[in-house]
Design a protein. Sequence first.
Length: 619
Amino acid sequence: MNTAPARGSRRFADVNLLIGVFSALLIGGLWFYMITKHEGEYRETVEAAFRQNSNLAVAYEEHIVRTLKGFDSALLFVRHEYRRAGRALDIARYVEDGVVDSQLFSILSVVDERGDVVLSSRAFEPTNYADREFFRVHQRGGGDVLYINRPVLGRVSGTWQVPMSRRISKADGSFGGVVVLSVDPGYFARFYQKADIGTKGLVTLVGIDGIARVRRVGSELSFDIDMTGSSLLRQRAKLEHGQFLSLGGFDDVRRLLSYRTLREYPLIVAVGAAEQEVLRESLRNRNRDYGMALLVSLVIVAFAVMLKVTLARQRRAREALANSEARFRGAFEQAAIGMAHTSMDRRFLQVNQRFCDMLGYTREELMGKAATDFTHPEDRGSATHDRQRLLAGEADSLSAEKRYVRKDGSLLWVNRTVSLVRDAEGQPLYFLRIVEDITERKRLENELREMATTDMLTGMPNRRAFIAWLEEEHARIRRFPEQQAAVLMLDVDDFKRVNDTHGHAVGDTVLRHVAELIRRGIREVDACGRLGGEEFAVLLTGATPAAAAEFAERLRRGIAASPASNGGLEIGVTVSIGVSALSREDDGADAALLRADRALYRAKESGRNRVETDTGRMA
């Protein structure tokens, strides 16, 4: 007599158990998705920050190397002149005439073998440097190399300086003193004052000896810091270039740090962004999503409890089931990401409103259409390969970045996760597609790549980008000997006078003006770039030496005839140009650039505002 009630009780118990298990799986799946999603966002955010820091470190390295070479050139020139003229040498006159560029250093001096300053670019009181580290290093020997001292308090300048020196040897090879210049250590950090590395970002220049020449944290500068026990030096001992999470031993700020060791100098450059600042937006999104997940979990638990209470009444159970189905349908429709079901032949069976909004089509326009109709042609092959792998059971789900074409013809970048839904017997039913819009992220990535190859003042390609084009063109000429190309080096005449007379803001206007005239003058197949300072370069693809020289003369006349305008003030501008051809016999692309630079130097020496051609490889 109690058999039927017992069967009913067992059935209700089974249903209750299924409800409990299902609710646990649903909540577990929800939290697994949230945790997995934010772990992925965390990795992507950190990787993007490391990429940005790495790009900045590369640019910083190039700037430092270029600057040090300029310092070394000045030291070598003064040493050569001192050997020729002795103490009759007038360094101040060289600085005044612009033969030695004094914008990069504060003082340039010659010290005799006793350590006494005998010549200087500034007026000086009797001063002895015999106890300075750079003097002792050269006195002991150490080879004929540029020595970069740790920051010291200058005895002539009275300010913090980084001495850089070269040994002077007498005719018999004995020690004859040193030639030394002093650089404001803050110069090495000002290069990145506009870099977006946050209020707690770090930029530092550290010697292999463990002494930081300069360190900038946010807007604060510090010099001569002992970092021998820092994690940066420990990491550098393992790899010359790399990135790691620094625990911030000096200020307890964790940073995502990228560093590079200079190839020719015993220095390390490092750029770091505070982990807290990098992850601020990601953490805010995580807290918001976790709050929503907690709310949804409570709703699921409440729904499960309510469903168990109403199981005694079949009608209420059916209503609860109907409500449950409605809830799930609402979750599908109101999801913040695009979702779609597609058939075995990849036609849309069901799409949510977010997916429609992302593509710009109505639901009716999508239903029954093939997903490949909206996929970018270049991505259709990979989509077919993913489908075959899912059908073969090689994976449960596959994620990849792909492109859709919106109704208005624009591109939509997405991160698409597709999985194959099967029935109880394992037969395929349909494909489930989850689509996340990453168009903005792709745009930011493109902007970062452009920043790494663009000169921020003129908008032209920077030295790094131009050298890459030059190397590609040189490789092409080596493969096809019948092809020709030429390179031009341009330098704005008397640019220092423009800066000194009108100020650096007007000087920047002149540089932008010259850059625009160069861009207008070249063809689409040519390339141009700013190499640094007032120096520009042009690559003429397919140009013969004669055509290159003719173009250079035409460009020179055009610039001379187009004064720069700044607030009603017209400033006459002229350029000197050196021309050289690329040759398949050159060991590298920079050989042609060096020849063009020699020709430019001759143009400067011959009175400026003229074109000179280097014929070394132009036969």
